[in-house]
Design a protein around this ligand. Structure first.
Ligand code: ACM
Length: 548
């Protein structure tokens, strides 16, 4: 017994003194990594120092890191003066906003960044350098591990400013705790935009105080399963929504992880749930019954854009989104908006004539123009940038100007190039291969998922963003985003299964220089993530792991 007590610390010291580090399992791969000799051991009371910053936010980033580290490992920290500290977080305003330098020697850990986000990312990298994923997962770590990080110099910055993930909760609703798990995984991979698709034909998921029926009526439907072909609605009462207080809790959680939330209210199409809640002014035919949709696909029951009360409704919704989400962007959808109801509606036909167009798509643009003008009249701190799906480009976008962002999904590369050529910003979220709700393998165990296609981990990884784009247009490309539509996905475990590890592949496209990306190397680094997923309690696709 006595011998074993002596052996353990000896073994820990030996591990720490081990020579040059083995291949490091970092995802996303940093822009530059140079391994050194030896390693730094977290032991005793580690002395830490962080520079001051407005709002003390660098110290808050450090404090969260040390608190999580202590809870997981028992290692303690105490603050010290810069010169005496073993771990320092120093400002370097020459670095880009999310960039960081991290230098680990056997004596010290030195981090430099220009902004709190850079320090946060450096610490995410540091967590991935630890010998165990418990700290990253926020769980109690094993007792027999030496908490060392190998000597290394990392100089890192993201390729793109926008590194996103979208979840559709209109079709199925998962709840706060599931969203928090997703935000944790996103933060682990340095993703920074959570696009929350909150409204659909099949459900409205956010409380809007001025329009309570949106959630009293619009958040509930008479089937959990969404009908499609031979699959019929099951008659179960199903639904759910987030109160504004819930959403604010998610906002705080996201902010601590340097993730901005981009709320999407998809209007005027994909809006049957809203129309069912307020048919008297949102529908083109209020005389007939409307219900929250029970089917997959694209409903023709769109908002009546020619009714001034519908325009006021949209402005009011934007105002409440602005209250709840203190970030830069609001997404107004704009995809797959059938115009049949407008074509049959007298007020819509009159409005089309009034704006001097013959294309019904331009009614949609005219609707957005009024919302854009409303936002422009707000005080600066309440002004939000608008994002639209790329179908908006089929209308005459001139009235919207170029200060909008096009999220390119269908024919994404061409649509993004079109948007950029027209002077708009753009985000690449190509349906193929970045719709990671589609099957991720051809194994018989693969769950039911959207469409007939399979987007393998390799195919997702190998997509090259901004391929062959002229340098003059490149500044319009904000970044990349994976999307997850949930028509077929009723439970969070299946969302996670399909999302992982493909989200890690997209994260690397968003962060790592293209010239450094190699799929076999990614798969090798990925192996350590199985532990992270298990410990964080998230499901994942196991077929690319040798020890799942
Ligand atoms: C979309 O996939 N309809 C944006």
């Amino acid at each position: 017994m006595k011998i074993r007590k002596w052996l353990l610390p000896l073994a820990l010291v030996c591990c720490c003194l081990g020579g040059r580090a083995a291949a490091l399992s970092l995802i996303p791969l940093p822009a530059s990594v140079q391994s050194g000799e030896g390693s730094f051991r977290f032991a005793g009371k580690v002395k830490v120092y962080a520079d001051a910053y407005p709002g003390d936010s660098i110290r808050m980033v450090l404090q969260r890191f040390t608190a999580e580290f202590t809870a997981s490992t028992g290692v303690k920290f105490r603050t010290a003066k810069a010169g005496a500290a073993q771990m320092t977080l120093r400002l370097n305003t020459a670095l880009a906003p999310e960039a960081y330098d991290l230098r680990v020697t056997s004596q010290k850990i030195e981090i430099e960044a220009a902004r709190p986000a850079g320090f946060f990312y450096a610490l995410q990298t540091l967590k991935q350098l630890l010998p165990h994923r418990a700290v990253m997962a926020g769980t109690k770590g094993p007792q027999d591990v030496a908490w060392c990080v190998p000597a290394v110099t990392v100089k890192d910055h993201p390729r793109f400013a926008w590194r996103g993930f979208m979840l559709d909760e209109g079709r199925h609703f998962y709840g706060k705790e599931e969203i928090k798990k997703i935000l944790d995984v996103m933060a682990a991979y340095k993703l920074n935009r959570f696009h929350w698709h909150l409204t659909e034909d099949q459900g409205w998921r956010l409380e809007i105080k001025k329009y309570p029926r949106l959630t009293e009526v619009g958040a509930w439907r008479n089937s959990k399963v969404l009908g499609w072909g031979d699959v019929k609605p099951d008659g179960q009462r199903y639904g759910g929504f987030y109160t504004q207080e819930d959403a604010r809790e998610i906002v705080r959680y996201a902010r601590e992880r340097f993730i901005e939330i981009v709320p999407e209210v998809d209007i005027p199409g994909h809006s049957q749930a809203a129309v069912a809640a307020y048919p008297e002014f949102l529908s083109c035919d209020p005389q007939v019954p409307h219900e929250v949709w029970l089917w997959q696909g694209v409903s023709t029951d769109v908002i009546n854009v020619a009714d001034p009360r519908a325009v006021q409704f949209a402005k009011d919704v934007i105002d409440e989104l602005t209250d709840v989400f203190p970030f830069g962007y609001i997404h107004l959808g704009g995809d797959e908006c059938p115009t049949a109801k407008w074509e049959a509606n007298e007020a819509c036909r009159a409005q089309l004539a009034a704006i001097g167009s013959e294309r019904y798509r331009d009614l949609q643009i005219n609707f957005y123009r009024q919302l854009q003008e409303h936002i422009a009249q707000q005080p600066a701190e309440r002004r939000r940038q608008l994002i639209f799906w790329n179908e908006v480009l089929h209308g005459n976008t001139a009235p919207l100007g170029t200060d909008i962002t096009i999220m390119a999904w269908v024919g994404a590369d061409g649509a993004a190039r079109d948007a950029a050529s027209r002077g708009m910003r753009t985000i690449l979220s190509p349906q193929i291969p970045y719709y990671i709700n589609r099957r991720q393998s051809n194994l018989p165990t693969e769950p039911m998922s959207q469409g007939s296609g399979t987007e393998t981990v390799e195919a997702v990884y190998n997509y090259v963003p901004m391929n062959g784009i002229d340098e003059a247009l490149q500044s319009k490309y904000m970044g990349v985003q994976a999307n997850f539509w949930t028509e077929w996905v009723e439970d969070a475990a299946t969302v996670q299964y399909l999302m992982l590890p493909r989200l890690a592949a997209v994260a690397e496209a968003g962060w790592t220089p293209q010239a450094l990306r190699r799929y076999p190397d990614f798969v090798e680094r990925l192996q350590a993530e199985a532990d992270y997923y298990r410990l964080r309690g998230v499901n994942y696709g196991k077929h690319v792991f040798t020890q799942p």
